[in-house]
Design a binder for this molecule. Structure first.
Ligand SMILES: [Zn+2]
Ligand SMILES: [Zn+2]
Length: 329
């Protein structure tokens, strides 16, 4: 049998269910889950900010576990190894986006914890060729947040470009705390913007190496070369555009954001760019996990038991936690 925290309808609390253990089909494998981190996207799924292709659904897409069964056509050598399941559950491999290396934009993609059951559970089924081999010297609780907070942040950081040496991070949660460290390792400088008055997160950012940390309503002490917005707050877009220098790029890293207020064209002019990040490719995952295996990343987590997923979601919703919330099975 397996246990899962199930979303029956958006806007409702998750319910603990016991189900028969699912068998992997052709090309699939089953993980016995060790840990699943909680992403802001899970909150959007539960709260109804995103429309869902199906219900009920088990949320969660930052899954670390051991392979305990494989379906037809899957290498039995994977049995007993540790693998990760991320947001990208399956792509078609045939649409124009897939064929030109942009599978993150696949017309027929399926996403974990969204269109297919995810990791707020003791077990999960996944497409074997979308699972990520994990060779990091960290326990499951600390690896899990790398699988979305880390990966999407990595893709967003790549988008700011190598020439961006001073990067502003808006919203200092799970993703920003990892990506700040990556940016510093790459020799960049980091400015951290939090909710105004959130001195705890500002101190956390400074401890991790940010040269400046303040409220999102404050201008940075020096113009930014680029900015990444992790918080789902549209009002941050004009603020970030005003904070970046000429030619600077503002990257929106979230899947959902409140409406962006109108702002004068002058704040975008001088070749500033506003772009978004959507999903990830398996290449992003492979390059990031290889990078992460070679550097000392400090992954800050708060662990919860599976049954306490609703409390964990609530703590994320209200900004009560530092770093990443992780369900540990
Ligand atoms: Zn496709
Ligand atoms: Zn995510």
């Amino acid at each position: 049998m397996m246990r899962a925290m199930v979303l029956g309808g958006q806007g409702q609390a998750l319910r603990l269910e016991t189900r028969a253990l699912p068998e992997p089909g052709p090309g699939e494998l089953r993980l016995c889950i060790e840990a699943c981190a909680i992403c802001r996207t899970d909150l959007h799924v539960v709260d109804g900010d995103l429309s869902l292709p199906r219900l009920p659904i088990i949320p969660g897409h930052e899954i670390v576990g051991q392979v305990e069964a494989v379906g037809p056509g899957v290498d039995t050598g994977l049995l007993g190894t540790r693998m990760g399941i991320s947001w990208l559950a399956r792509t078609c491999g045939q649409c124009e986006f897939c064929r030109f290396g942009r599978e993150n934009l696949c017309d027929h993609a399926l996403f974990t914890g969204h269109g297919r059951d995810g990791g707020f559970a003791s077990h999960a089924i996944a497409q074997a060729d979308f699972c990520l081999p994990l060779h990091l010297g960290m326990d499951a609780e600390h690896v899990a947040p790398l699988l979305c907070a880390g990966l999407i942040g990595w893709r967003a950081l790549r988008m700011v470009g190598d020439e961006a040496r001073v990067v502003g991070l808006y919203g200092f949660g799970a993703s920003a705390h990892l990506i700040a460290q990556v940016a510093l390792i790459q020799g960049r400088q980091v400015a951290a913007f939090t909710r105004p008055g959130d001195v705890q997160s500002q101190a956390f950012a400074r401890r991790l190496g940010a040269f400046w940390a303040g409220g999102s309503d404050q201008p940075p002490p020096t113009p930014l070369h680029a900015a990444i917005i992790f918080a789902p707050v549209g009002g941050l877009v004009p603020l970030a555009l005003r904070a970046v220098r000429k030619g600077g790029r503002v990257v929106c890293a979230g899947i959902h954001m409140s409406d962006i207020p109108a702002f004068p064209y002058a704040w975008l002019w001088e070749e500033r760019q506003l772009v978004s990040v959507a999903n990830l490719t398996r290449t992003d995952a492979a390059t990031f996990l290889a990078f992460a295996a070679g550097v000392p990343l400090r992954v800050e987590t708060t662990a919860y038991r599976l049954e306490l997923a609703n409390d964990a979601l609530d703590d994320l919703r209200t900004g009560r936690l530092q770093g990443a919330a992780v369900l540990v099975m």
